[in-house]
Design a protein. Structure first.
Ligand SMILES: [Zn+2]
Length: 348
């Protein structure tokens, strides 16, 4: 009998996820908590998690929603605003409540309306973070309407990120969910302990043409928006290179189906159920399965100065493609990400 192809990984972490709150949280949390040991939980709730006290309560809500005996660890983040108090932020970091802080340029994505209007206003916050060794996670897009949506990440590097890094050379920065060749090259120009990037399964899988293949595909719409094919290829090369500056971050973002399939559909892709299987497929297509463990389980903890997980998880390759169910929420549901290729791997 032919033996099935198997793959063993150190249990991965998700370095960028949206878990929401209330009923939505209770419905989506299991997909993250089963597949990942830890996750960096994004703070863009409505209202956002802006203080240490907010994060303590939100962490309790997540822990209460976990199934019994789950050893999943939520790593909390602070939503930076023009009014962030550096003393509260740093004390939250030093007491272990916060793992990092998130910078959303105001208006850049879902629930980012109270984001930062001008990063120069936060220089005292960034200095304090730099001194404390607290990582800054950045949604790297300019929000100027004059700048084309496909150019917003590229322009952010030149207009915001490079000047910010020149002002704070020791600040640890994660350029989140990168989508362009320029971002890959920019991250590679930094020191590995100071500048890193997360890459999502969907940005590794789809390009901008896929958003319009045969009609508008609202379930592939996300921000930053997928770019041209050569950018996708650059992301795949970066992820599959084993370079420690690149690591796994799903940016899984649940939305109810009627919010996606709408005259003004919202941005975000829910990939927690099959993110790992999608990453495996991408690495396999590129003969880089030997680099997947670094990307999924080693590079992130190294950047964040955390222990690597000790548990292992084994995947096997089936003969037939696997399907992933939608998540029911009340009378509605959340559609799971459908990459434009079949997924054959499952957890043993
Ligand atoms: Zn996100």
């Amino acid at each position: 009998m032919k033996t099935k192809k198997a793959l063993t990984l150190t249990k991965p972490d998700d370095w960028h996820v949206h878990l929401r709150s209330g009923e939505m949280l209770s419905k989506v949390l299991g997909d993250t908590a089963t597949n990942f040991n830890r996750a960096i939980v994004m703070p863009n709730l409505s209202p956002p998690i802006k203080t240490t006290a907010d994060a303590v309560l939100y962490k309790q809500e997540i822990e209460t929603a976990l199934i019994e005996n789950s050893d999943f660890i939520p790593l909390m983040t602070c939503y930076l605003t023009d009014e962030t108090d550096p003393d509260d932020l740093i004390s939250g970091f030093k007491t272990g409540v916060f793992t990092a802080a998130k910078l959303y340029p105001a208006g850049a994505t879902t629930n980012s309306d109270s984001g930062v209007t001008n990063v120069l206003l936060l220089d005292s916050v960034f200095s304090a973070m730099s001194d404390a060794g607290m990582p800054l996670l950045i949604h790297g897009e300019v929000v100027d309407h004059e700048i084309d949506i496909f150019d917003r990440e590229h322009k952010f590097i030149e207009l915001v990120l490079e000047p910010l890094r020149n002002r704070h050379p020791n600040l640890k920065i994660v350029f989140e969910h990168i989508t362009t060749r320029s971002a890959v090259e920019y991250v590679k120009s930094g020191q590995p302990d100071k500048l890193a990037a997360t890459i999502t399964p969907h940005h590794l899988s789809v390009n901008r043409s896929d958003l319009f293949a045969g009609g508008v595909r609202p379930h592939l719409y996300c921000l930053p928006i997928p770019k041209k094919e050569h950018h996708r290829v650059a992301l795949v090369e970066a992820a599959c290179s084993g370079d420690k500056r690149f690591f796994l971050g799903t940016d899984s973002a649940p939305h109810l189906i009627e919010e996606k399939e709408s005259a003004c559909g919202c941005a975000g892709i829910y990939n927690s159920p099959n993110a790992l299987q999608t990453y495996i497929a991408i690495f396999e297509q590129n003969n880089a399965l030997d680099k997947l463990n670094s990307f999924a389980a080693l590079n992130g903890p190294e950047f964040y100065n955390l222990q690597v997980n000790t548990e292992e998880v084994c995947f096997i390759k089936g003969a037939n493609p696997t399907s992933f169910d939608d998540v029911c929420v009340g009378d509605s549901r959340i559609k799971a990400f459908a990459p434009p290729f079949p997924l054959f791997w499952t957890v043993r």
